[in-house]
Design a protein around this ligand. Sequence first.
Ligand SMILES: Nc1ncnc2c1ncn2[C@@H]1O[C@H](COP(=O)(O)OP(=O)(O)OP(=O)(O)O)[C@@H](O)[C@H]1O
Ligand SMILES: [Mg+2]
Length: 172
Amino acid sequence: MALTGTPGTGKTSISWYLNLFFREVVDVNKVAIKYFIIERDEERDSYIIDIDSLAKYLSKHLPRHSILVGHLSHLLGICDIVIVLRTYPEELKKRLEAKGWTPKKVQENVEAEALGIITQEALEISKNVFEVNTTRKHPRESFYEVLYVIRKLPSDYRAPRYDWSEAILEWY
Ligand SMILES: Nc1ncnc2c1ncn2[C@@H]1O[C@H](COP(=O)(O)OP(=O)(O)OP(=O)(O)O)[C@@H](O)[C@H]1O
Ligand SMILES: [Mg+2]
C-alpha cells in the first residue's frame, strides 16, 4: 500500500500511529535519499530521484504487505492500494508556514494541493486510489480513517473526491 499526499497533509504524523499496528511501515524518502538521488535541484531545494530503480529495489527487498509512506510512493507503480491524504489549501498553508517553509515553497505546494496533482498522478498509475481528508481533524482521527480505508476499501472514499481549484482563483 502507498500513503502519499502533498507535503504537510500528515503522512509522517499518521505513520507514527501506523507503526504501532503494522510491522512494515517504510519511509520511502529515507530509502530514496540514501540510494537513489540523481541530482540536487537547487532552485526547488529538493532532490531528483531515480524512481524506476527505487521501485525495483523496494519491490525486491520489502515484504508483500508493506506500507510505503511518502510523496513519491504513488509514483512507484508497485502498490495495490494508494491512499492520498488531502488538506484544504487554507489549512495546508498554515501547516507549512508552521514548519518554517519559505513563502515560495508554501505557495507551490498549496497550489499543487488545491489542484489535486498527487491524486491525478496516482489515478494515471493505479486503479485503487482513495482519498482521506485530514482538514480539521486530529492526526489520531485521520489515522483511524486511514485504517478504515485499508480494511474496507469503501467506495465513497475512492478518488477523486475533492476539487479545490476555485480556492486558487480567490488568491489572484
Ligand atoms: N488530521 C491530521 N493528520 C495529520 N497531521 C495533522 C492533522 N491535523 C494537523 N496535522 C499537523 O500537520 C502537520 C503534518 O506534518 P507531517 O510532517 O506529518 O506531514 P507530511 O505529509 O509527512 O509532510 P512531508 O511531505 O513534508 O514529510 C503536523 O504538524 C501535524 O501535527
Ligand atoms: Mg513526512
